[in-house]
Write a protein that binds this ligand. Structure first.
Ligand SMILES: *[C@@H]1O[C@H](CO)[C@@H](O)[C@H](O)[C@H]1NC(C)=O
Ligand SMILES: *[C@@H]1O[C@H](CO)[C@@H](O)[C@H](O)[C@H]1NC(C)=O
Ligand SMILES: *[C@@H]1O[C@H](CO)[C@@H](O)[C@H](O)[C@H]1NC(C)=O
Ligand SMILES: *[C@@H]1O[C@H](CO)[C@@H](O)[C@H](O)[C@H]1NC(C)=O
Length: 425
């Protein structure tokens, strides 16, 4: 096996991409026999794009924090500064959570006489530029929110037909990220409403992450890769088990479309907001990472608990999300009542696989992953590492693996086949 280095990473990723993009062939897992084509369908990446929007961003899914899930409209410049400080003091920023995103409600409800959006003078008296300067001084980045309609969902000014002026204003403030919502859209098709903002952001000359929030209505995975760096595939998440699992299943359908430059977005994290238990949040985070989802924290980081911090700062799980291969993992097997004992898996760089045993049943269960179900030849010997216990389970597992998993809990692993047959990927 070739020795790992940054150069090998780039070369093998490039080779992989050429094979995917040039011939639109499946990236058959290196350990599969060619005749096992039914298995290779597991990790179908026939729609995988690579830097289609060409703004240099989103090589890996974006990470950061957003106001919405915890604060909704109850925001102001103080809470955002305090959160930026908390991202630093908790160590989350140094793990990659660098975007500090203001969601809806930062803007006054009317534009000024020049037609410009203005920060709400009551809650953002110092303005967004001052906030951007503060956030930048900490090495973080600032995001704002607007809408591809005439109003935002909370009835602040939207940017439809005002894309150029709004983008220029945000760029002049030093904004680094835009979440672009879908309310009050006059019934115009999203394929008409979202590209003008891409072009307006590009014309500013400032590098600005473009996150589409079209709620998955018109199957954005099919067309958004050339428009934005991520696209919501579902309705808004809420802090419940049913919402989180429903969204995971919908997002899973679009796995073949994710890739460096543009990601499926199953919405922001609810971890730490209190509506789910520790096991459920651990599953939420593990599955989001396996699915190469944006990892945007949605809790009050200033008041974070040890359990929440433990989940959000699991470096090994974050590394799965941020793996340079950029192939979205997916559900590959389900058994038990209503298929609630599930195996999710996906290929990683350096010939590895990530795997989550996800128990969506209401009782503890033993879940088994057969190698054939996750795309490995049955005779392959695998070294397995547990990403939550942070230890090697075994250096030599062949054929299948079983583990007891808590009700609504998960276990997550990286599998490294020991008999390398090919040195790349
Ligand atoms: C700012 O927002 C936070 C969070 O909602 C709130 O606790 C605080 O009272 C607000 N501060 C001001 C000055 O409005
Ligand atoms: C604008 O788009 C071009 C190509 O379409 C790209 O090369 C350039 O980096 C983009 N600039 C910004 C600021 O996004
Ligand atoms: C949360 O999401 C679930 C599943 O999508 C939905 O049925 C429920 O109505 C939502 N709850 C709230 C309070 O929005
Ligand atoms: C901090 O979190 C605890 C629960 O984890 C909660 O009881 C408390 O009200 C929170 N404090 C603030 C200021 O939000």
């Amino acid at each position: 096996m070739a020795k790992w280095s940054g150069i090998v990473a780039v070369v093998s990723l490039t080779v992989f991409l050429m094979s995917v993009t040039a011939a639109t062939v499946l990236p058959i897992h290196p350990y599969l026999k060619v005749e096992d084509t039914f298995i290779s369908q597991l990790y179908d990446t026939s729609n995988y794009g690579f830097l289609q929007i060409d703004n240099g961003l989103a090589r890996t899914p974006q990470m950061g924090w957003s106001t919405w899930n915890f604060f909704a409209c109850n925001i102001n410049e103080t809470v955002i500064k305090e959160t930026a400080d908390a991202l630093i003091s908790t160590g989350l920023a140094s793990l990659g959570y660098t975007y500090v995103n203001i969601d809806d409600c930062w803007s006054r409800s009317t534009r000024n006489l020049k037609g410009e959006m203005i920060p709400d003078p009551k809650t953002f008296p110092s303005g967004i530029k001052a906030l951007a300067d503060h956030v930048h001084s900490k090495g973080l980045k600032l995001g704002v929110y607007s809408d591809a309609g005439i109003f935002t969902c909370q009835v602040r000014p939207g940017s439809l037909f005002q894309e150029k002026n709004d983008a220029e204003l945000w760029a002049s403030w030093g904004v680094d990220y835009l979440k672009y919502d879908n309310c009050y859209n006059l019934g115009l098709p999203p394929q008409k409403r979202y590209p003008p903002m891409r072009d307006a952001l590009n014309d500013t000359g400032r590098t600005i992450f473009y996150a589409l929030c079209e709620w998955g209505i018109d199957d954005p995975a099919k067309w958004a890769g050339k428009i934005g760096n991520s696209w919501r595939t579902t309705d808004d998440i809420n802090d419940t088990w049913i919402s989180m699992t429903t969204i995971a299943d919908i997002n899973n359908k679009w796995a073949s479309y994710a890739g460096p430059g543009g990601w499926n977005d199953p919405d922001m994290l609810e971890v730490g907001n209190g509506g789910m238990n520790y096991h459920e949040y651990k599953g939420h985070f593990s599955i989001w990472a396996l699915m190469k989802a944006p990892l945007i924290i949605g809790c009050d980081v200033r008041n974070i608990t040890a359990d929440t911090l433990k989940i959000l700062s699991n470096k090994e799980v974050i590394a799965v999300d941020q793996d340079p291969l950029g192939v979205q993992g997916r559900r590959v097997y389900a058994s038990g009542p209503d298929g609630c004992q599930q195996v999710w898996a996906g290929p990683l760089s350096r010939n590895r696989l990530a795997m989550v045993l996800w128990n969506r049943c209401s009782k503890a269960a033993t879940i088994t992953a057969k190698w054939s179900a996750i795309g490995l030849e049955p005779s392959i010997s695998v070294s397995m590492r547990d990403l939550w216990k942070h230890e090697v389970v075994s250096e030599n597992i062949v054929g299948s693996f079983s583990a007891r998993v808590n009700a609504h809990g998960c276990e997550m692993y990286i599998l490294t086949p020991r008999r390398a047959t090919r040195s790349s990927i």
